[in-house]
Design a protein around this ligand. Structure first.
Ligand code: F0G
Length: 482
């Protein structure tokens, strides 16, 4: 599991860092947790963090920073234009990705806005290995459409395919031929494919995608938000790259892409984002949108402190021991849950441990949001909040019908270097108990349903009083435990 061997067996992932700043946590009793969930409209996004014990909603903007990142923040050069901090960050991007031009933006979706505004128009079709919620919304509001060209393996919950995030090259060609190359502004590859369980693509696959893009003269755009995890998997799962350094692998990836964008809330353990390219033409097209929507070209909506932290964070991402921590903890959590029979996505990916709600609560129809219901139940019984990644995260079609998601997952994100192994063991214990009592969990229905990105702020209620039955059984089995 880790590079460190244990003499007596029982191998566990070993943290290669120590904790020097801590934050006190609060675990309210289950009765209060039900009230909090009720108030939040059974949407874990709407819980107040003071009511949450382990915040496993996302890794976005909540990864632990290093001492060096914190130190760099003190050196930030506050200036609207031409700040030294920006130059530092730009140089780090040039060094790591080998891209000359860097456009700063306030976060990942801001990059998507700029890229979509620049390239997507009515009738555009964007092929990608899998969509991400904000990406798809930006493409759609600009009149375009997403075509997913994943392999059949991508949607198999349990699999031993090391690269479920790969593109199906034959399908990619087919989408280009069917829609006409003139309607394809770019092909998008997402590192660490978020919505199918943080699954990586191989570097060989990226080479193949590049070849197709070259044949047709289409731009290749990489969403590198989850690149750190993907780098770990290329290094550990792709034979050809086992002796290459993370820096070399990163450079080989970058050289294959025309445009790279990322959310620095994930990549670089800071907050913010950016787009980089070697094409002056692309840079010139996009920079007007940066000044229009983000801020001046030397900060793009970010604070200088965050830019300092990002520059250091990107450098630290080139350290194998640093990027291993997330995937190793996720693998540990997934394995422990599997030992208790809990259905999880395999192989374990990046970002978080993904629980298969379709099987966990197979008595709840997709129209009653099984993953949303399971996420609510997990919070109620443990105080840990995960995120629904299923039908609730989809949008209704133009006739108002539900778009049933391919998968119903609950993502228990593991922000990097934040939780300890005993905390992971606690959540595993509670989820295993919930699995034994899964028939008590019921469905959800909307009471307030926004038309765009409804999973962020929509409110729901339970289809029966199942939450009370869950509390009663919890008290029976756990006594007066929190
Ligand atoms: N692309 C990917 C692959 C992402 O995972 C995210 C964000 C974005 C783009 C958008 O970046 O949030 O900085 O605007 N994912 C977060 C998550 C929200 O929780 O998975 P952002």
């Amino acid at each position: 599991m880790s590079k460190i061997k244990f003499y007596y067996g029982n191998e566990v992932p070993l943290e290669m860092h120590k904790v020097r700043i801590v934050q006190k946590l609060n675990l309210p009793p289950i009765e209060q947790r039900v009230e909090a969930m009720e108030e939040a409209g059974y949407n874990t996004f709407l819980l107040k963090n003071k009511d949450v014990f382990m915040d496993m909603l996302t890794d976005s903007g909540v990864n632990a920073m290093s001492d060096k990142q914190q130190a760099a923040m003190l050196e930030a050069d506050d200036s609207y234009a031409g700040s030294t901090t920006f130059t530092k960050l730009e140089s780090k991007i040039q060094e790591i990705f080998g891209k000359e031009y860097f456009l700063p933006a306030h976060q990942g979706r801001a990059c998507e806005n700029i890229i979509s505004k620049t390239y997507v128009k009515q009738g555009s079709v964007v092929p990608m290995n899998y969509h991400f919620t904000t990406t798809k919304s930006h493409i759609v509001v600009n009149g375009g459409r997403v075509e997913e060209v994943f392999k059949d393996e991508a949607l198999k919950i349990t699999s031993d395919d090391p690269f479920k995030g790969n593109m199906d090259i034959a399908k990619l060609r087919d989408v280009i031929e069917t829609n006409g190359v003139e309607n394809i502004p770019f092909v998008r590859m997402e590192a660490g494919t978020n919505l199918i369980g943080g699954q990586p693509h191989s570097l060989q696959n990226l080479h193949e995608v590049r070849k197709v893009c070259d044949e047709y003269g289409i731009l290749l755009v990489l969403d590198a938000s989850l690149l750190a995890d993907n780098l770990h998997f290329i290094k550990t799962r792709e034979e050809t790259y086992q002796n290459k350094s993370i820096r070399e692998i990163t450079r080989e990836i970058a050289d294959l892409c025309d445009i790279i964008y990322f959310s620095a809330r994930k990549l670089g353990c800071a907050r913010g984002g950016g787009i980089c390219t070697n094409s002056k033409d692309v840079y010139m097209k996009m920079r007007e949108y940066v000044t229009l929507y983000e801020g001046f070209l030397t900060y793009g909506g970010m604070s200088v402190r965050e830019m300092e932290a990002m520059a250091v964070g990107l450098e630290e991402t080139m350290d194998e021991e640093m990027i291993n921590q997330g995937p190793q903890f996720i693998e540990y959590m997934s394995n422990e849950l599997m030992k208790k029979g809990v259905p999880v996505v395999t192989p374990a990916g990046g970002l978080g441990c993904h629980i298969n709600a379709m099987e966990f609560v197979d008595h709840i129809p997709q129209s009653e949001y099984p993953a949303g219901a399971l996420a609510a139940a997990i919070y109620i019984i443990s105080g840990a909040r995960g995120m629904e990644r299923g039908t609730m995260s989809e949008q209704r079609d133009e006739n108002g019908n539900e778009t049933l998601s391919h998968m119903e997952l609950v993502r228990m994100a593991l922000p990097r270097r934040v939780y300890t192994l005993s905390q992971i063991n606690y959540v595993v214990d509670r989820i295993a108990w919930l699995y034994e009592n899964r028939k008590l969990i019921g469905g959800l229905k909307f009471v307030e349903e926004p038309s765009v990105l409804r999973f962020f702020f929509g409110k729901l209620t339970t289809t029966s009083q199942w939450q009370q039955e869950l509390v009663a059984k919890f008290r029976e089995d756990f006594g007066d435990s929190l």
